[in-house]
Structures are given as C-alpha cells and as structure tokens.
Design a protein around this ligand. Structure first.
Ligand code: NDP
Ligand code: TDO
Ligand code: MG
Length: 283
C-alpha cells in the first residue's frame, strides 16, 4: 500500500512515519495555504491512499486568523478530497471534537448536530463538509486532546511547567478523551487498509481516549506517572480566560468505528506511559 501523507512534523504525521513506510509531505513540498497545489500533488502521485494529517491547530491564534485557518483546514482538505475522488483514491481526513457545541454530558455520536464554538472548530467543520461533498471514498476521523512525545501538546506543556512550579491551576469543568497520536496513526493505517480492500468503507467516525477526564484530572495523571511533585487545583473555565471558547463536553462515542472498522477506542493512560518513557526526562 503506497501511502501519501500531508504533514511531516506534526504529532500524527510523525507517528504515521514511525509506524509505516509512507511518503510524508512537509510544508516545503505541499503548502496547505495553496489548496490547488495540494490537489496537483495528489494528481501527480502514484499513491494508493491519502491521509491528511496537517492542519492549522493553534486554537487561540485562529480567532485572529480565521481566514488563513479556513484555507488550511477547510479549502485544502476539500481540494485533496476532490483530487482523490477524481482518481478513485481513498482519502482519510482527521477532524476534531471542537466541531461540537460542548453542551450536555453524553458522549457525542456521529449523528449528533455540530455547532462549533470557536474559529478553529468552524474551519475544521468546513473541511469535513467539503470532504463529504467531494463524493469519493473518504473517511473523517474526529479525535480529541491529542498528545505524543512530538510537537506541542498538553503533556509536554505540563512537564515544562513542572520544572518551575510546584502548584498549578487547571480547568476541571472541560471533560474529554486524551488521545495518543500513536493510536490515531494506528487507527488511520488500519482504516486505509480496510478502505482499499472494500470500496464501501468510509464515513465519519469518532476516536477519543478512554476514560473521559477533565484537563485537571489529565494533569494529575501526568504528574503521577512522571513522578513530579506538583499540586493540581481544579478551577472553572471562567477562571482561565482564553481568546477561544472551548467546549465543556468533549466526550466522544466511538461506536461506529468499532462496528464498521473493528477499531476500539484507545486507553490513554497506557499511551501516556509510552510517551513519558519516550521523553525520558528530556523535559
Ligand atoms: N492537536 C490536537 O489536540 C488535536 C488535533 N486534531 C486534528 O488532528 C490532526 C493532526 O493534528 P496534530 O498532529 O496534533 O497537529 P500538529 O499541530 O502537531 O501539527 C500540524 C501539522 O500541520 C502542518 N501544517 C500546518 N499548516 C500547514 C501548511 N500551511 N502547509 C503544510 N503543512 C501545514 C504542520 O507543519 P509545520 O510544522 O510546518 O507547521 C504540522 O506538521 C489535525 O487535523 C488536527 O486538526 C484533532 C483533535 C485534537
Ligand atoms: C497550560 C494550562 C492550560 N489550561 C487549560 C486551557 C484549556 O482549557 C486546556 C487545554 O489547553 P490546550 O491549550 O492544550 O488546549 P487546546 O489547544 O485547545 O487543545 C485542543 O487542540 C485542538 C487542536 C483540538 O482539536 C482539541 O481536541 C484540543 O486538543 O487546559 C489550564 O487550565 N491551566 C494551564 O496551566
Ligand atoms: Mg493546543
């Protein structure tokens, strides 16, 4: 299976390169702010499947740069999906829990209505809609709270803060599933294989780590496993003001991924252990 990946340095893109023999395109060879160029790369490629692991992921900065984020998260995946449809190539795109409003406490099902609360979520939703409308064989994998040993993420932020702080205030009323990037890569590769052998496979699915926790609970588990003496105080969202509004409920229901692809939701505490081992006191 010849796999073409958009993204090279990101968390999921890095894990894809560690797990499979892929061609990974960095910004230098495919800039998502030029959607037509991304489509042209696909048209000229001999790949069997395309995975888009690149995105504008700076949630707060997107509030100021929504137009730029819209091209990268909305127009580029749409152009990729059209290019894939034109040559009959399965396309896998990664999306986010932030397409949901965050109301209630039930895990979000694939069939639930979307209502993004911030610019990043709106641009990611535009990408989903473009990919679905392109009409080819495609899958959208919505995930949440991604962490890994690479790039920027909450685990690395907490470890960095623990070098200078022995107490931290962390939001305790936003609940979601931390998801290891390694498990997302593994799921995407399995989906790619299955989509290649069955043209009827695809659709929108959820993949979020279990059990769901608050960011404060997540921080506490990070410090426990990393053996760092940091006291975590849970605070309400109102006490941690940020430019972008974040959903309170990011729980994801992974039933359809299990049914259609036989892929179970990942256990994030195990994945956290692997990441901390890889980081080995580098932070
Ligand atoms: N991070 C998270 O918590 C979550 C992420 N997701 C989704 O998962 C997917 C993977 O995210 P993740 O691995 O965390 O991403 P990262 O933030 O780790 O990396 C983003 C990647 O996108 C690339 N990129 C950004 N802008 C462009 C551009 N204009 N042209 C080419 N490449 C670009 C970056 O390249 P460069 O290094 O050159 O900037 C980088 O490789 C994304 O679709 C994201 O929306 C979903 C839920 C949660
Ligand atoms: C550093 C810090 C953060 N927080 C809060 C802010 C926020 O609510 C939460 C997580 O902060 P982050 O900046 O890591 O969150 P954020 O970048 O919004 O994470 C999101 O990224 C995008 C790409 C997604 O798709 C989402 O699934 C989600 O993972 O923790 C604290 O309460 N205390 C702290 O000291
Ligand atoms: Mg972030």
């Amino acid at each position: 299976m010849r796999i073409l990946i958009f993204g090279k340095t990101g968390q999921v893109a890095t894990e894809l390169q560690l797990q499979a023999d892929v061609v990974a395109l960095g910004r230098d060879s495919a800039d998502l702010s030029d959607p037509a160029a991304c489509a042209a790369v696909i048209a000229a490629s001999d790949c069997d499947v395309v995975i888009n692991a690149a995105a504008y992921t700076a949630v707060d900065r997107a509030e100021q740069e929504e137009a730029v984020a819209h091209v990268i998260n909305g127009d580029a995946p749409t152009a990729m999906a059209h290019a894939c449809a034109a040559r009959g190539t399965p396309f896998i795109h990664i999306s986010t829990d932030y397409v949901f409003a965050g109301t209630g406490t039930d895990p979000w099902r694939v069939s639930d209505p979307v209502a993004p609360q911030n610019a990043y979520g709106r641009t990611k939703l535009a990408g989903e809609e473009g990919v679905r409308a392109a009409g080819g064989q495609s899958a959208i994998l919505r995930t949440s709270w991604v962490f890994s040993a690479h790039g920027n993420n909450f685990v690395k932020t907490m470890l960095r803060l623990s070098q200078t702080r022995d107490a931290l205030s962390v939001v305790a009323d936003q609940i979601g599933g931390p998801t290891p990037a390694a498990d997302i890569a593994k799921a995407a590769l399995s989906m790619a294989q299955q989509m290649l052998s069955d043209p009827n496979k695809g659709g929108t699915h959820h993949f979020g780590g279990t059990p769901a926790v608050s960011w404060a609970d997540f921080a506490t588990e990070i410090f426990t496993q990393a053996n760092r003496a940091v006291t975590v105080s849970g605070i309400p969202t109102a006490d941690y003001p940020t430019p972008a509004c974040r959903p309170l409920n990011s729980r994801m229901d992974g039933t359809t991924l299990e049914t259609d692809f036989n892929i179970a939701q990942p256990d994030w505490k195990t994945g956290l252990g692997c990441v901390l081992k890889t980081l080995e006191h580098t932070i």
